[in-house]
Design a protein. Structure first.
Length: 334
C-alpha cells in the first residue's frame, strides 16, 4: 500500500509538472514542420519532441516525399508520410489539435514551376499572416520541394520566415566527409536537387543549415532509447517500435548507435536562450550560400548571401530535454 501510494504521488507530480508549463512559459515561436515521416523514423522523434515543447506553436505538419523507391520497403510518397504523422498524433491524443497536410509526391520538374500541394499552400498561408508577431520557422528534415514551391508561388514569404534545413554536404574548413561518403552528394539534397537550386540559387530566404557533419552528431544508443523512451507510455513505445521495425528491415546491420538527425530542428527553435534569444549553446559559422548545380552538388559562390551553417550542436541539451518532456508527458517520474 505504501509503495502504491508513492508511485501514485510520483506520477501525479510528473503530470502536474507538465501542466505547470502554462504557469511559467508562453509561446515564443511559430513552427511549420516539413518532414518525410514515412522514411527514417528520426522525423517522428523530432515531431514528438516539437509537440511537447511549450515555447513552440506548431502551425502545420507537412508529410514530405522520400525517394521514389521508398526507404527499406516503406512507401516514398507524401501520402504515406502524412499518414505516419497522423498516427503519431493519434497515439499522443493530439489529432484534434494539429493539422497534417500532404506535400508534393513529385520533385520539381524545373526551377520555375511550383508543385502546388496542400503543404506548400499551408506554408504560404501562414507566412503571409499579418495578425501574429511571433517569428515563423519553417523546419525541414527532408527534401526542399514544398518550401521551394511555396517561394515560387509567393516570393514574399522570404521576408517572413527562417528556413532551418537538415541537409547538404560539409563545408571546407568546418568538417570533412565521413568515411566512404561521396564528397559532393548528400541524402536530403538528392531527394530534390532542383528544389535546392531554387532555395539556394534563386531565393533570398534566410537559411540556418545543419549539414551532414552536424546532423551526424545526433547519436543516441539503442540501449539509451530502450531505457529512456520505450517505457514512456504509448508515445515512447510507438517511437521505439518504428525504430525496431527499421532495424529488422535492415537485417540488424545498423549497429547500436542511431542518429536522430532531425532532432536539431527542435534544438534550434524550442531551446533558445532566455535573453538575447538564440540557440546560444550550439555553434555556427556564417558562410556564403553555395551555388547548387543540376546534380545537387554544392559549389562555392563568393557572391552568395550569408547563411548560418551549424557545425557543433548541443546534443546533451537536445536529448535530455526530449527524455524529460516525454517522461512528464507520460506521467512517469523518470
Amino acid at each position: 500500500m505504501v509503495l502504491s501510494a508513492l508511485l501514485f504521488t510520483a506520477s501525479a507530480f510528473a503530470q502536474e509538472q507538465s501542466v505547470d508549463y502554462n504557469q511559467v512559459i508562453k509561446v515564443r515561436t511559430r513552427v511549420i514542420i516539413d518532414n518525410d515521416f514515412g522514411g527514417d523514423p528520426d522525423g517522428l522523434f523530432q515531431l514528438a519532441h516539437h509537440l511537447l515543447s511549450p515555447t513552440v506553436d506548431v502551425k502545420a505538419i507537412i508529410g514530405s516525399k522520400h525517394y521514389d523507391g521508398g526507404f527499406y520497403g516503406y512507401p516514398g510518397d507524401a501520402t504515406y508520410s502524412a499518414k505516419m504523422a497522423s498516427e503519431l498524433l493519434a497515439v499522443m491524443h493530439l489529432s484534434e489539435k494539429y493539422s497534417v497536410y500532404e506535400g508534393s509526391s513529385s520533385e520539381l520538374k524545373d526551377t520555375l514551376t511550383p508543385m502546388e500541394s496542400e503543404g506548400a499552400k499551408a506554408i504560404v498561408r501562414e507566412a503571409m499572416r499579418d495578425d501574429v508577431k511571433e517569428p515563423l520557422y519553417v523546419v525541414c528534415g527532408a527534401g526542399l520541394t514544398n518550401i521551394a514551391s511555396a517561394w515560387l508561388m509567393e516570393p514574399q514569404i522570404a521576408e517572413r520566415i527562417i528556413l532551418i534545413w537538415i541537409g547538404g554536404t560539409e563545408y571546407d574548413g568546418l568538417a570533412t566527409p565521413p568515411p566512404g561518403a561521396t564528397k559532393n552528394w548528400e541524402y536530403n539534397t538528392g531527394i530534390d536537387a532542383k528544389a535546392c537550386q531554387v532555395i539556394f540559387n534563386q531565393s533570398n530566404i534566410p537559411i540556418w543549415q545543419v549539414p551532414r557533419d552536424a546532423y551526424r552528431q545526433a547519436l543516441t544508443s539503442y540501449a539509451e532509447l530502450t531505457y529512456k523512451v520505450k517505457g514512456m507510455g504509448d508515445t515512447g513505445r510507438f517511437l521505439v517500435s518504428r525504430l525496431d521495425d527499421l532495424m529488422k528491415r535492415a537485417d540488424k546491420g545498423l549497429g547500436e548507435a542511431y542518429a536522430l538527425g532531425d532532432s536539431p530542428l527542435v534544438l534550434l527553435t524550442a531551446l533558445q536562450s532566455a535573453w538575447e534569444v538564440d540557440p546560444s549553446s550550439s555553434k555556427y559559422a556564417v558562410k556564403k550560400a553555395p551555388r547548387v548545380n543540376g546534380k545537387g552538388y554544392f559549389e562555392e559562390n563568393r557572391n552568395g548571401r550569408g547563411i548560418r551553417v551549424y557545425y557543433d550542436l548541443d546534443v546533451r541539451l537536445m536529448f535530455e530535454d526530449f527524455f524529460a518532456k516525454l517522461a512528464l508527458f507520460s506521467g512517469s517520474p523518470g
